[in-house]
Write a protein that binds this ligand. Sequence first.
Ligand SMILES: [Zn+2]
Length: 395
Amino acid sequence: MSLDSWYERLHAAVLEELPAAVELRHALHADPRRSGDEADTTAAVVAALGAGEGREVAGTGRLVRIGTATGPTVALRAELDGLAVLEQTDVGWASGSGVMHACGHDAHLAGLVAVCRAVARVGGPAPLLALLQPREESAPSGARDVVLSGLLAEEGVRSVVAAHVQPQLAAGVVNATPGPVNAATDEFTITVTGHGGHGGYPHTTHDPVLALAAVVVNLQQLVSRRVDPTVGAVLAVTQLDAGTSFNVVPDTARARGGLRVMRESDRTALLTALTEVAEHTAAAYGCSAQVHTESNEPVLANDPELARAAVPWLARGGVEVDDSWRSFGADDFSHYCADARGLMLFLGVDGGAPDAQGRRPGLHSPRFLPADETVGQVATALLAGYLAGAQLLGT
Ligand SMILES: [Zn+2]
């Protein structure tokens, strides 16, 4: 059967699955679990898939083979965890537990189930694996642990596809950018040490607060002068900590923040420059600086061929396709992209009811609640990714 015929057949089967998938979304939304504690959510999704128990992975995660076909395989991934957020929506299926699906994972899971059940029922052009991933929202990363388990390689996974809601995109648009689309992230801590003393006699001190303030300002030139600004990078100081009193100059002052880049060479260049600027600026104020950094997610780079192959299938699904949007957000999906072809499809959604100022809620807001149609959009995106993955397997 041609891929065109498979698409028609699967598209019709997915539509039949949607009402039940929307019910599943409500059930998952009403009863979410935090990162690392997703066993009940996993059980509910595994039951809805109706394809057996699958293999445990990364603690509460699960790999469920859809149908009996094995060999080079396409995996569809969705995240199991909610966030420690007290929901502030008024739907009947709101969560009251202080945990909330405020990042759309309920809709991602439901859309994945719709596609997998359709393939189980009518067949498909390539072996398919449901990848139910724990701990997307927390460290250590669930995706990293799934990759380290080696089970994806054992299952013959060649492509991993996911969809994520994104209220920064216009509702109804699906994004498939070839190459880097989400940032690599590093945390940094800068500790400036001076010599404290009486606030009335600052000339007898080496003031670390003033030195740190200068460091924070001087760091802002790095993203425009040390790396190509057309590629882009983000350096944000988000936490300051110094002193205990209005009339005492402290001995130390501390800043924390994040560095986000789209390519590895920029990361190296900026981390070197960050240390240089912090140390030399502090020295100019008679102080010293120590910089500590910690790496989080790598760059999320979509496989260019897989992204391009998905576009015609997305268009067949009736969605408007965007192929250039990127953001300096991060998602641990990036870990899959090192070993397999990876494709993250971002879906434009309205985040929920607007507030008094007309602002719609964003990801992780207690009012974030994209409409139920999102489940169908997720399914359309994942189906397109599955067809694209099958196409690249040569089936
Ligand atoms: Zn998320």
